[in-house]
Design a protein around this ligand. Structure first.
Ligand SMILES: Nc1ncnc2c1ncn2[C@@H]1O[C@H](COP(=O)(O)OP(=O)(O)OP(=O)(O)O)[C@@H](O)[C@H]1O
Ligand SMILES: [Mg+2]
Length: 503
């Protein structure tokens, strides 16, 4: 063994001598050719092969470099002693990276590979429209030659997939809106985005735990269902219809879904979309792993297959078609139609991306065209109900930090007796609790009072419940369009007023 080392050391000595001789005697070009030759010989007899992934590929950023950096960041934080730290734009997470010229070992399908982060100072800068960074960065992947074909493709695919996942997890969610009314931004995008920081989660959402679990399981199945959707020949998308009175948590549920799956949200404002083809273009510009939301679908536009004289109908010349512009028919030119919307969610175009969720919300499911409700269209219909006893317990925990065991048995009994009769929305209850959140006892007492009063009134007003929610919805619309608004009144009286007005 010692002899072996001796001969190896003398070989290295000879090589070093040859190199210095080369430097002395030969011109640089010849030296370069010799080095290249030695390099070739070395690689020929080496059992490894090497792949360079440079940061900049020509003048473009190499996506694979960024992907490898993110992928390695997921485990270098545990192994490394010297790491580089970065925080990307729109991200609240810090990413770890290999420092310059550091190495890390990874194992994939039982095969061990070595990654080296290579950083070299760039020589003189030649003129370029886009100045290059002063350092030339890249990763070198070392794989045993015999394993190259076995893992290279699948390993790189795996890295791309993992890095996308990490990027999504690290980055803040984005909320997109099409409020620019069909115009495009400088990069040709019809959507505007802001960071989405809604704190609603399934933990804070007040609804029956069993129902909540069902929805979470459904979302989970969907997100992990790529192979299922492929096997069954179905487009990888899912539709949810959330319906129920105002203030029962439909928007909060959408935020909770987005936070649960780490998806972006596209809030589609139908009133800003001029026709079906614009709707299709918007769809094409949405990304995968996103939730496309249309809120209050019943009152966004006139979405029925039948022609009605509705004042929101886009074919009303005063509403949509300006002077001189021709008004299309049901599927034509200048209007959004139900069939256009159904194509948006169901048709061939809806599959131009994958892993997308459509969520429609409405306060009045009965006003929707049956075509929207047909099975297979909206996969799950979720009723967001008035506050139940289970939901109330979640609200008491959220706002006052009260567990069930913290409350007196009699108070709990009273709350459970009155909560269903009160027919208060979680939003109503939240308001009472927020107002008194620093005085917990008072908050509970006041809530009980409010519930009893509401329960008594419901008992007296009886069947006016539907009219109440009608009025509540009108209040909501009035807030959205202040000119048409009216004064707030007690819901019960409003119902009565409406009756009087009618008579
Ligand atoms: N189920 C719920 N769980 C927790 N909080 C809720 C729930 N429902 C309503 N809230 C509270 O009430 C407020 C209004 O709720 P949200 O906007 O989600 O209601 P909505 O059903 O979307 O109403 P609308 O039909 O008017 O759009 C929220 O800010 C939230 O704090
Ligand atoms: Mg809402």
């Amino acid at each position: 063994m010692r002899e072996y080392w001796n001969s190896f050391a003398s070989l290295l000595g000879v090589l070093a001598f040859c190199q210095s001789l080369l430097q002395l005697i030969f011109p640089p070009q010849l030296r370069f050719l010799c080095l290249k030759f030695f390099n070739r010989i070395f690689h020929l007899f080496s059992s490894y092969c090497y792949f360079d992934i440079t940061e900049i590929d020509g003048v473009n950023t190499n996506e694979l470099y960024n992907a490898v950096q993110l992928y390695l960041s997921s485990f270098v934080s545990i192994n490394g002693s010297r790491l580089s730290l970065t925080r990307a734009l729109n991200s609240s997470a810090i990413t770890f990276g290999l420092s310059n010229n550091d190495c890390i070992v990874d194992t994939f399908s039982g095969v061990t590979v070595l990654w080296e982060h290579v950083v070299i100072q760039r020589q003189s800068q030649t003129f370029s429209w886009r100045p290059l960074p002063e350092e030339k960065r890249g990763f070198t992947l070392r794989i045993k030659k015999k394993n190259k074909s076995l893992i290279l493709d699948s390993y790189l695919d795996y890295i791309m997939e993992r890095s996308n996942e990490i990027r999504r997890k690290n980055q803040d969610r984005l909320l997109y809106t099409n409020s620019r009314g069909g115009s495009l931004d400088s990069r040709g995008h019809p959507w505007e985005s802001v960071p989405f920081k809604h704190p609603s989660t399934f933990d804070t959402l007040a609804m029956h735990p069993q129902k909540k679990q069902e929805i979470m399981d459904d979302l989970e199945d969907f997100a992990n269902g790529q192979s299922f959707y492929q096997k069954t020949g179905r487009a990888w998308k899912r539709g949810y219809l959330l319906y129920g009175p105002p203030g029962t948590g439909k928007s909060s549920m959408i935020a909770a879904m987005a936070n649960y799956l780490s998806y972006d949200i596209y809030d589609l404002e139908l009133t800003e979309v001029h026709n079906n083809s614009e709707l299709r273009k918007l769809l094409m510009k949405t990304s995968s792993k996103s939730i496309i939301v249309i809120e209050d679908i019943d009152c966004s536009v006139n979405l029925t297959n039948r022609k009605k004289n509705n004042k929101r109908n886009y074919c009303d010349p005063e509403v949509r078609c300006g002077s001189g512009s021709a008004c299309g028919g049901e599927d034509g030119g200048n209007s959004i139609t139900l069939s256009g919307l159904l194509n948006f969610t169901d048709g061939l175009w809806s599959c131009c991306g994958s892993e997308r969720i459509f969520v429609f919300t409405t306060n009045h499911i009965e006003k929707l065209d049956p075509a929207l409700l047909r099975s297979g269209r909206m996969d799950m219909h979720i009723y967001m109900s008035y506050c139940s006893y289970h939901a109330l317990k979640i609200l008491l925990k959220n706002y006052l930090g009260y567990e069930e065991s913290d409350l007196d048995y009699h108070v709990l009994k009273e709350l459970s007796d009155v909560v269903d009769k009160a027919e208060m929305t979680p939003a109503d209850i939240s308001e009472v609790l927020i107002k008194n959140r620093n005085y917990k006892q008072k908050a509970v007492t006041e809530l009980l009072e409010a519930m009893k009063t509401r329960g008594d009134r419901n008992f007296k007003c009886g069947s006016l419940r539907d009219k109440i929610s009608d009025e509540e919805e009108q209040e909501k619309r009035a807030l959205e369009t202040p000119n048409e608004g009216s004064e707030f009144e007690e819901p019960c009286k409003e119902g009565e007023n409406k009756e009087k007005m009618k008579s």
